[in-house]
Design a protein around this ligand. Structure first.
Ligand code: SF4
Length: 219
């Protein structure tokens, strides 16, 4: 006699997991989303939110600004354009993933001139420095990696230092609350003319050595 197979019981539908954002991060994200301090970026989306990385990351990357085809479009730092592709390559070369790092920019919105990406002005970097300060205070990274001269200028403003990319790139320095490592920006322009990706891979390989011990856990 054939036994009938018991039908598997249907499990109840899962309630979607909502990731909780700590209130202080939420307040910072909201403040950035509402900010209109820079006239030419008043209509732009500030790229600062859970997509920037885990809030307990031990490594904070600071780049220049969201790019027109990258973060300015996708809302995720270093995603959607060639700079993002290069960044991912370099990160993987250092044995890291996005779950290990938080990424932000000297200015949170995309500075456009005649429809193209442009360098943020020092007034704009100053306007946005409060957001950078708060991000560092909340993340409390052990290592801050600046990518390019604009990011280094933004950190100089906070630390009241005068580091320069030309003289200080690749030289880790101890700041009061973290180690600072100035590196080059992974944009195609820099990779083609200033610091080839081959050498930038070597630069990124320094990163894990400055953060000994266990990998940070993602939240
Ligand atoms: S770049 Fe920074 S300061 Fe300027 S509008 Fe965007 S969020 Fe505000």
């Amino acid at each position: 006699m054939k036994l009938k197979k018991a039908k598997p019981k249907k499990s109840p539908p899962r309630t979607p997991r909502i990731k909780k954002i700590a209130p202080e991060f939420d307040a910072l994200f909201q403040a950035a989303a509402k900010c209109k301090l820079c006239p030419r970026m008043a209509d732009q989306l500030a790229v600062l939110g859970p997509g920037n990385g885990p809030r307990n990351a031990k490594i904070l990357f600071i780049a220049e600004a969201p790019g027109r085809f990258g973060a300015g479009r996708t809302g995720i730092p270093f995603s959607g354009d060639k700079s993002g592709e290069n960044f991912e390559t370099l990160l993987a070369h250092a044995g890291l993933t996005r779950k290990d790092v938080f990424i932000t920019n000297a200015v949170l919105c995309n500075p456009l001139k005649d429809g193209n990406n442009s360098r943020p002005t020092s007034a704009e970097i100053k306007n946005c420095s409060g957001f950078l300060r708060s991000t560092i205070d909340l993340i409390r990274p052990r290592l801050v990696v600046t990518l390019g001269g604009v990011a280094l200028d933004a950190v100089n403003r906070l630390l009241q230092t005068r580091y320069q990319l030309k003289a200080d790139a690749l030289r880790p320095v101890t700041a009061p609350d973290f180690i600072l490592l100035p590196l080059y920006h992974p944009s195609p322009r820099v990779a083609n003319w200033k610091r080839p990706l081959r050498l930038q891979k070597r630069d990124f390989a320094k990163i894990p050595k400055l953060i000994p011990g266990k990998r940070p856990e993602a939240v």
